[in-house]
Write a protein that binds this ligand. Sequence first.
Ligand code: GYE
Length: 372
Amino acid sequence: MKRKIVSVLVCAAMAATMIAGCGGGSDDAAATTTEETATEETAADDAAAEDAATDDTAASGETLTIGFAQVGHESDWRTASTQSCQDVFSAENGYDLQFVDCDNDSAVQLEAVRGFIEQDVDYIIIDPIVSTGWDTVLTECQDAGIPVIVIDRTIDDSDKYAAWVGSDFKTEGLACGEWLKAYADAKGITDLNILVIEGTTGASATIGRTEGFNEIAEREGWNILDSQTGDFTQEGGQQVMESYCKSYEGQFNVVICQNDNEAFGAMDAMTAAGVSYGVDGDVIIVSFDAARTALQYCLDGDLNAVFECNPLAAPMVEEIIKGLEAGEEVETEVYVEESCFAHDDTVPSISVNGVDTPMTVLTQDIIDARAY
Ligand code: GYE
């Protein structure tokens, strides 16, 4: 049974709330392969069984149907994000989760949202593959009276959603730049010749990380030799790095990978090309996300630093949904908590947007305690 509520749209952006991410359940997938995700576990498969089994639920005694249009399964980060949503919006917790893996295809994602409208779900969660092209379909959601909650990446051309939970990608890019500046200074490296492997074109994560890093690069007068997309995948990172190794042989000493999986591919390509990287190598290499496998590489010295992007947004999304169910005003902008990690204490802390930010030196204990 479905119960529709009219969400209170709070238009003014409220102060960002820093909320610690809570651990998701299973984390093995993130540590092993990017290909394996729980995407087959679509709610469509389970819908009938769950409808029958979960009539009495947590808060209201009714099952809430949630449609989730997920980006895809391109990275360890994505696997952790999917797992977090599936753990929180489970049948046991009183939800019927309709999960669609959009396989990084914007047309499929729009179709998925329209499918949720047709199914008359109670809430729609969207992790937007790209940041534009949303106003029409969000208007359709609004007309249908279905509140939308955006997670992770932002929507930049419409405000027709109830709330957003995610990361400040520009700040992540700034942090990376500030760390690189301090690290190069400490090591006496004066000439920085940088190659960037960007994420998916048009994704707010790519746009923000690029903007933040470029701001520092311009300030410092660094030479960015090239910046190409690796689509947030290991394969993409490897292909871009293979071509960089040929085009810029002997000319680069920094590789910035906009996610962990691209870094794994880039490391393979450099190894194959005979280029040394990491704390003892010729090339400084960093990544964003900080899932467990990347942290292990960083602890081992293969990655110099990793800038966290926290994928565990689902508990905060649930808080928002509970608030909307109770007819309360909800936070419209919620930032997840994130840290910066390094192999060693060459740079103990950085100042980002005037905020003193520690660089956490990795230990095996930190990695073992990690939820993803
Ligand atoms: O960095 C990457 C994933 O949107 C923040 O998407 C997310 C990015 C993340 O594929 O690994």
